[in-house]
Design a protein around this ligand. Structure first.
Ligand SMILES: Nc1ncnc2c1ncn2[C@@H]1O[C@H](COP(=O)(O)OP(=O)(O)OP(=O)(O)O)[C@@H](O)[C@H]1O
Ligand SMILES: [Mg+2]
Length: 202
């Protein structure tokens, strides 16, 4: 099974230790899925080179039907809120629009129990699906993000992790030893409808 055959219209979360291949895998997935649906990346580490940059989120044309676009985070909560607010309002106000929002390093904003501080991000995570809006979140530390992000995901991807608290945070979905024993660039995929599958490097 290819990673790209997973259901792409729901929320997705991706975990794993530093340098084990999360961003690499997500970039590949973004390239593939953005042939069919527009993807807006909130680029916290300024690493999503190769995707056209959005200079002003207020001026984005949300009628595009495909393509991936990166917005370089300004590093503040206000900026993250504004990004989420503009996309959420643009998509829920128009049935013909749909999109995916990607947030890599999501723990920098939506840490444990912090989702209520981000009204529009929270609305995306909880209600986006009914409006054609999905959220993909990426983090090294599942124990350090708001647990709603994981619980609202249809697809969960895990690269290797070995820290006890992170393994605790994902034990509903993955067997601890399977996560600990992954080699570099290998990953597990949990799909709510199908269970867990293991994948080699992309
Ligand atoms: N499947 C792969 N094949 C070849 N190179 C890969 C693969 N996966 C990752 N890499 C390379 O390994 C390095 C680390 O990958 P990546 O940046 O995706 O890690 P990460 O999990 O996002 O780390 P961090 O938590 O620090 O963001 C990068 O240089 C990337 O190009
Ligand atoms: Mg990364």
């Amino acid at each position: 099974m290819s990673l790209f055959s997973i259901k792409s219209n729901g929320n997705l979360t991706c975990y794993g230790k530093r340098d084990y291949g999360k961003s690499y895998a997500m970039k590949k997935m973004i390239r593939y899925v953005s042939k069919y649906i527009p993807i807006f990346i909130y680029d916290i580490k300024h690493e999503y080179y190769g995707f056209p940059e959005i200079k002003d989120i207020r001026k984005v044309n949300f009628d595009v039907k495909k393509g991936a676009y990166r917005y370089r985070s300004r590093g503040t909560k206000e900026d993250f809120n504004l990004f989420c607010q503009i996309i959420y309002n643009a998509v829920i106000g128009n049935k013909k629009r749909r999109c995916i929002v990607v947030v890599d390093e999501v723990q920098k904003y939506v840490s444990t129990n912090a989702i209520s501080k981000y009204k529009y991000f929270s609305d995306m995570v909880f209600m986006g699906r009914s409006y054609g809006l999905a959220v993909w979140c990426i983090t090294q530390r599942p124990a350090k993000i708001d647990s709603s992000i994981t619980s609202q995901s249809d697809v969960i991807i895990s690269f290797k992790m070995d820290f006890r608290l992170d393994l605790d945070a994902v034990e509903n979905y993955f067997d601890r030893d399977s996560v600990k024993n992954l080699n570099k660039w290998e990953f597990l995929v949990y799909e709510s409808s199908k269970g867990v599958s293991k994948h080699g490097p992309l």
